[in-house]
Design a binder for this molecule. Structure first.
Ligand code: UT7
Length: 342
């Protein structure tokens, strides 16, 4: 046995924690666009109702043979290009999704195969619409403790595959898409500064896909009852979303000694423009501080925030050194807020 004196080991976790930056982002939306007028032909609804209640004008819908991992891989390729990395640089892939290709293998493994990231280890993360920020926090922890150098974090959903297209109270709200971010330590002073995470399993019944798992396996009866599709108590979810996201925003600011006026851009989960307005009132931020694209994509669940972030970066709304606040809410319930120096 080695005596302590004769050992010369390197402890990869011993150095001070590393700051983690978002080195590049990318997103992908399927080609097919479904407008509110298209939905008027499917269910008893109107463009006027959908737009005034939600701010949604249209959403993108994946092709029948297009799975979540296909969209995720395309977003990943764009993020890798933006970050200037190759597939071989990736140590870890985390995919946040509630519409995986299959129960297993993980969607992250399918992405690995498609992009050829053979060195990476891969896993999915389930936190519904909040998944992307949960996954980003997992990636950031691996990098800051030197367990990984380059992490690909993806939010991707094929929500159209879990909707009841006869239920007007849910089918008008969601869309498909994917977004990806490459995380690395690039020596920034701040990078991802903090991520506030929260959950409340007591309220799980208010937003769920109850069938298909071990609680209610898929049978002819459960399919007949539509248990394989999304259920939501919209008004209740709305109230909790406003409260939890507002509190998470304030907690993230408090942790970093920042005020809302220090923030250059807020990227909220894109579920409903009215939820975003209500958060603005609670946290004291004018609506202009928020980036919105819910009108064009609807609620893409775990993909929503990273698709919006990518778009805001590409169109110049977010610039170097800007302070960016990301905030999400979803089934579980789950919520999260991150403060990031760009
Ligand atoms: O991503 C996870 C988080 N999800 C969310 O944050 C979604 C949160 N919830 C919401 O965004 C809103 O609650 C909804 C947009 C889902 C609904 O808006 P609302 O203002 O809460 O409407 P409501 O559910 O209270 O429904 C009002 C009325 C009802 O009719 P009655 O009972 O007043 O006669 C509904 O039947 O609107 C009716 N309605 C519709 N009418 C036309 C519900 N869906 C539709 C529809 N078209 N698509």
């Amino acid at each position: 046995m080695n005596t302590e004196a004769s050992r010369t080991l390197i402890n990869p976790r011993s150095s001070s924690t590393r700051t983690v930056s978002i080195a590049g982002t990318g997103c992908y939306a399927p080609e097919r666009v479904m407008t509110n007028a298209d939905l008027e032909r499917l269910v008893d609804t109107s463009d006027e109702w959908i737009y005034t209640r939600t701010g949604i004008r249209q959403r993108h819908i994946a092709a029948q043979d297009e799975a979540t991992s296909d969209m995720a891989a395309e977003a990943a390729r764009r993020a890798m290009k933006e970050a200037g990395i190759e597939a071989d640089d990736i140590d870890m892939i985390v995919v946040a999704t509630c519409t995986p290709d299959m129960f297993f293998p993980s969607t992250a493994c399918f992405v690995q195969k498609q992009i050829g990231a053979s060195r990476a280890f891969c896993m999915d993360l389930s936190a519904a619409c909040s998944g992307f920020l949960y996954a980003m926090e997992v990636g950031q922890q691996f990098i800051s403790t030197a367990s990984a150098d380059t992490v690909l974090v993806i939010g991707a959903e094929k929500m159209s595959s879990v909707l009841d297209w006869r239920d007007r109270s849910t089918c008008v709200l969601f869309g498909d898409g994917a977004g990806a971010a490459v995380l690395q330590s690039r020596g920034a002073e701040y990078g991802i500064m903090t991520t506030v995470l929260g959950s409340n399993g007591n309220l799980s019944d208010l937003l769920s896909i109850p069938g298909g798992g071990s609680r209610n396996p898929l049978t002819a009866e459960s399919l007949e009852e539509g248990m394989n599709t999304l259920r939501m108590a919209g008004r209740e979810v709305f109230k909790h979303a406003v409260t939890s996201m507002s509190n998470a925003v304030l907690e993230a600011l408090r942790r970093c000694g920042a005020s809302i006026d220090d923030v250059d851009c807020i990227i909220p989960h894109q579920a409903n423009a009215r939820i975003i307005q209500a958060i603005g009132q609670r946290v004291g931020a004018p609506i202009e501080k928020f980036y919105l694209n819910v009108d064009r994509f609807g609620n893409t669940s775990a993909a929503s925030i990273i698709m919006a972030l990518d778009e805001a970066v590409r169109n110049g709304r977010i610039k170097n050194n800007d302070l960016v606040l990301l905030v999400v809410f979803g089934g579980g319930f789950t919520w999260a807020a991150s403060l990031v120096e760009w």
